[in-house]
Each structure stands twice: as C-alpha cells, then as structure tokens.
Design a protein around this ligand. Structure first.
Ligand SMILES: NC(=O)c1ccc[n+]([C@@H]2O[C@H](COP(=O)([O-])OP(=O)(O)OC[C@H]3O[C@@H](n4cnc5c(N)ncnc54)[C@H](O)[C@@H]3O)[C@@H](O)[C@H]2O)c1
Length: 333
C-alpha cells in the first residue's frame, strides 16, 4: 500500500465516533502510515486502536496514547474532534464554555509540543469559535488552521439533488458561508443544477420560493435532523470531510468545499468562519464571497452572531481581549 507521506498525523478525540472513523479513513485513504490517536478515555482509545490493528492495513504504524505531550511531539498534522457533542435539544452554541476551554488548552499544547505543525483541522463545536480559540493560543499562522465547515454545503447539495431528482454531482457550486451554527448564510447565486443557474429556477414551478425557503431551513438544521434520526450527532460525514481536508493539504489535490478560516471582515471583526477557500500545501487561502445584496446581508448577520459568541469567550477569560491577540500569537498582530 502506498501513502502520500510519512508525516505524523494525530487524531484527537480518537476514542469517539468521529475520531475513530478518522483513524480508519486516514489509513483507508492512504494519507500516512503514521497515525496516532489520542483521547483522555484510555480504554476507549485502546479499543479504537485494537480495531485498527484488526483491519490489518499493510504498512500501517498506528499508535495511541492518553498523554498529550507524547501524542503531539513530532506531529505535522492534527485533526481534533476531541470535545463534547450535541445531544437532542442542544444547539452547537450550548457547547461553548466547555469546548472553548478544551480549544484553548489545545492551542497551548500545540505551541509547547508541535509549533512546526503543517495543518490543524478543528471539528468540535461550535467549530468557528473553538477553531479561533485554538488558533489564538497556538501561535500558528492563520493559514495553518481550518475548521470543518463543509457539511452545510454538502447538505445543500443533497437537498437540491433530492428535490430535483438528479445525481448529487449534477448539483455544483453549493455554498454556505459564515458560521456553522444555525445562523449561516445559504447562498443560491453560486449554485447550478444540471448546468442551470439555481437563481433562474427559484420562484418557478420547479422550485417555488416557499420550497426554497424550506430547503434553506433544512440545511441550517441538517445536523439537528441527524440527531433526531439516529439519536446521536453526525459522525460519518464529518470524519470523511475532515480527512479529505488534510489529504488535500498533504497532496495538493483540490478540496471542493468551503473551509472555516481566520479572517478580518470588511467591518473589522477578527473571526473564523466559512469563506471561499482553497487548500494548498501551505495551508488555507481565502477570499470574501461576492454574493447578492441579500446574501451579503445574511453573511453580515452571521458575522454579528459569531462576534457575539467570540466576545462571550473573551468575557470568560478563555480568549484574551482582541487587542492582546498579537502578543499571544504574533501571526495575528
Ligand atoms: N464541525 C462539524 O461539522 C461537526 C459535525 C459533527 C460533530 N461535530 C462535533 O465534533 C465533536 C465530537 O463529536 P463525536 O460524535 O466524535 O463525539 P464523541 O463523544 O463520540 O467523541 C468525543 C471524544 O472526545 C474525547 N475528549 C473529551 N475531551 C477531550 C480533550 N480535551 N481532548 C481530546 N479528546 C477529548 C472524549 O473522550 C470522546 O472520546 C462534538 O463537539 C460535535 O459537536 C462537529
């Protein structure tokens, strides 16, 4: 079996649903044989790694530990799903306090044990805020940190394909930007269905305005629906997309979905959120989406919501005040 690289990939939260799937996906997809799982739940972590051994991946050198220093030493890539998941009735924002503290510690651990990291993907929710918190404390350049933000766009693609009865790959350019909470901006101007502009179809008999509003609502609540159907939060799709993100940075292969990335918005907010992005071997590069006035206004609303959440984390003392970010992380000066 051939692998893209020998670099060490560390999966944090690897005893959990997303993390254990990612350990397996990273080997199945041939990223690197050097996959290390970390989780404070040592028995669960050992169980995950035993299963990986039983898969008998040729050439794999999977390891596990419950010692964060051992996990991160020598790490070149990290994907972290290590945090509490949502339960029925909870929003992603309900997870804010506990998971923001985990993110701050993750950033500090990266600074201490693997400052040369090539790329970090943050999954645990609310991902825009945990990703930002980890970035500030890590000292990493903002291009080296991305959050998993693709699922809202893949859910939009799914819903449109189901509505029009076409193959998923016939729906192209699906984009949601801004936060990964329920206040995201769902764009229609970027999307085509079997080569036709979605905006030319909305408001016709093929897709009445009310139906489009329903699809948007469905997308914003896509994660909630999985919890209702399965009794637990989604894990297959976040695992797959996050491993694809790292594969893209390792290989230079195109990653076709938005990534959550650090930005200073035109209105001067320092945030992390889904933008139009490219993953490259040097990390993530982004640009502000150019939508209609209505879409841009929706993005502004999402920005306002994220800024409020970020400010709560500053008030908790888990993030430093904005004017001190450059001291903690010179790359943000
Ligand atoms: N961004 C997205 O699109 C997206 C999608 C789905 C789920 N999520 C989020 O991903 C996270 C993980 O979900 P899951 O279903 O795998 O949950 P899970 O409960 O199955 O697994 C989480 C694991 O994290 C471990 N953990 C706890 N504290 C930790 C720490 N400080 N460091 C490392 N590991 C730690 C736990 O022991 C557990 O094994 C949740 O926050 C969930 O909301 C995000």
């Amino acid at each position: 079996m051939s692998y893209i690289t020998d670099d060490k990939l560390v999966i944090l939260g690897a005893a959990g649903a997303i993390g254990s799937n990612m350990m397996q996906a990273a080997l199945t997809m041939g990223l690197t044989p050097n996959v290390c799982g970390y989780d404070p739940f040592a028995d669960g972590m050992e169980g995950t790694c035993e299963e990986i051994y039983h898969c008998a991946f040729p050439g794999a050198k999977a390891t596990w530990t419950s010692d964060i220093k051992e996990a991160l030493t020598g790490a070149k890539y990290i994907i972290s799903s290590g945090g509490a998941p949502r339960k029925e009735g909870m929003t992603r924002e309900d997870l804010l306090k506990g998971n923001a503290e985990i993110a701050a510690q993750l950033g500090k651990d990266i600074k201490a044990y693997c400052p040369e990291l090539k790329f970090l993907v943050v999954i645990f929710n609310p991902a825009d805020i945990t990703g930002l918190t980890a970035l500030v404390h890590s000292g990493l350049h903002p291009s080296k940190v991305g959050t998993l933000a693709a699922l809202d766009s893949t859910r939009l693609q799914t819903a449109l394909a189901q509505h029009f009865g076409v193959e998923q790959s016939d729906v192209q350019g699906c984009r949601t930007y801004g936060g990964h909470g329920e206040q995201m901006a769902v764009y229609s101007s970027t999307t085509t269905v079997a080569g036709r502009k979605l905006n030319d179809i909305i408001g016709t008999d093929e897709l009445p305005a009310e139906k489009w509003a329903e699809i948007r609502q469905h997308v914003c609540q896509g994660g909630k629906r999985i919890i209702e159907l399965r009794g637990r939060s989604s894990f297959q799709s976040p695992a797959h997309q996050s491993v694809l993100m790292v594969k893209s940075v390792m290989s230079g292969e195109e990653y076709p979905w938005p990534v959550g990335t650090y930005c200073e918005t035109p209105c001067g907010q320092k945030l992390m959120m889904a933008l139009e992005t490219k993953l490259t071997p040097d990390g993530v590069v982004s640009e502000m989406p150019q939508g209609s006035d209505e879409e841009n206004a929706e993005l502004q609303e999402s920005v306002g919501h994220l800024a409020k959440l970020r400010d709560e984390v500053i008030e908790m003392g888990t993030l430093p005040p904005l004017d001190q970010w450059g001291t903690v992380n010179p790359n943000l000066a």
